[in-house]
Design a protein around this ligand. Structure first.
Ligand SMILES: [Zn+2]
Length: 381
């Protein structure tokens, strides 16, 4: 090797700083909601995150800068892409989107003690100052000051993302990247299933979207005695059956399915309802199928307020109703890790596509057509 070659090699290698982090290029690739109209825009020269220091690429005292390797595309991202009423009212134009990812820590602030450079991590996207009542009493996931990654602040559809160390979750070596990238929605499913308690219980899951399907395999792994699933997409119903559902129903074919549930339980309906669709008809029929004294955990978000027979569905039935939001920090994450490592979750069929980062448009088209369920973007491809 000649001297000039040696010099070139040395320059090509990343320099390291005192905290062991690599010196980074000042710009990165990012998917940005650049305009007040449908779509997302790919930027090749977006400035690196600044964090609390305000200095490009430099983490604040308790922050970590993470290089993103894979990112999951969520239904929330689809709302932002399609620019519906909710997205228009919530998303600041100019924001980097995305909140599901796996990556590697490249630098940390001087006060960071819980995570280190080089660690493979994902993160809890609900960020709070940790000072309100909920945060201080074990309910940080519903903190009043909670801000969401890729919704209220710059997200992870980018080469780098900055997060407080308190939100970073080191990924167990037994968890593959593709699964680690979707721990956020999987955590929604785990939180819903665990809130309701499904062991030796008959469970109805209304809505076999991404999280509904995840809930099927989680409920199965958690010991549900019988699993019933409703959806209006035959392909998803078939997949639900493949990964653990005992009975699947298309409610457009009539109400006979509620009788089928009665016939396959002690006669009074299912013990547990996990509502994952947000569809008014599914909420109403789900409560009809729930037995007296049953438990309903609601995760699906209705598009707008609607009429609901509270007396019939909840009061006279003596039903327990749970609202589910986010993931418990960090109870849900520990439960999720145990479930993944147990090998009992069937997630491979739910993560239908992995695409290079630049092909994000195809990811949304796959979701819109229903040909894809969970699509993951590979930033290294
Ligand atoms: Zn999500």
């Amino acid at each position: 090797m000649t001297n000039s070659n040696a010099a070139t090699t040395a320059e090509a290698e990343p320099h390291t700083t005192t905290n062991g982090s690599a010196k980074l290029a000042p710009t990165m690739r990012a998917l940005v909601k650049s305009q007040d109209q449908p779509g997302l825009w790919f930027e090749g020269d977006r400035t690196l995150p600044t964090g609390s220091t305000g200095i490009v690429g430099v983490p604040g005292p308790t922050e970590a800068l993470i290089r993103v390797t894979m990112a999951g595309v969520c239904g929330t991202d689809r709302h932002i892409y399609e620019w519906d009423q909710w997205a228009k009212g919530r998303i600041p134009v100019g924001i980097i989107t995305g909140h599901e990812f796996v990556g590697e820590i490249v630098s940390v602030g001087e006060g960071v003690t819980r995570v280190q450079v080089g660690q493979r991590v994902t993160a809890e996207g609900h960020i709070t100052a940790g000072t309100d009542f909920s945060s201080r009493t074990g309910n940080a996931h519903i903190a009043r000051d909670m801000r969401i990654l890729g919704v209220d602040r710059n997200g992870c559809f980018a080469d780098y993302v900055m997060l407080p160390q308190d939100n970073v979750w080191p990924v167990h070596k037994g968890v593959p990247d593709k699964i680690a990238a979707v721990m956020d929605p999987l955590g929604n499913a785990v939180h819903t299933v665990m809130s309701a308690g499904v062991s030796a219980q008959s469970v109805l899951i209304t809505g076999a979207g991404i999280i509904g399907l995840m809930a099927v395999t989680v409920a199965k792994a958690a010991g549900a005695s019988k699993i019933f699933v409703t959806d209006i997409d035959e392909r998803r119903l078939e997949l639900a059956k493949k990964i653990g559902a005992d009975f699947v129903f298309d409610p457009r074919k009539g109400d006979g399915w509620i009788d089928t549930i009665d016939q396959n339980t002690p006669g009074d309906g299912c013990d547990v309802l996990l509502e994952m669709s947000g569809a008014v008809s599914a909420i109403n029929s789900g409560f009809r199928a729930l037995r007296h004294g049953g438990t309903a955990a609601l995760l699906g978000i209705p598009g707008k307020p609607f009429d609901f027979d509270l007396a019939k569905h909840i009061i006279f039935k003596g039903a327990t109703v749970l609202g589910v939001n986010g993931r418990r920090m960090w109870a849900t994450w520990y439960q999720m890790e145990e479930l993944i490592l147990s090998g009992k979750l069937q997630l491979d069929d739910i993560i239908t596509h992995t695409l290079p980062f630049e092909q994000f448009d195809d990811a949304f088209k796959l979701m819109q057509s229903g040909d894809g369920i969970k699509v993951v973007l590979d930033l290294n491809a």
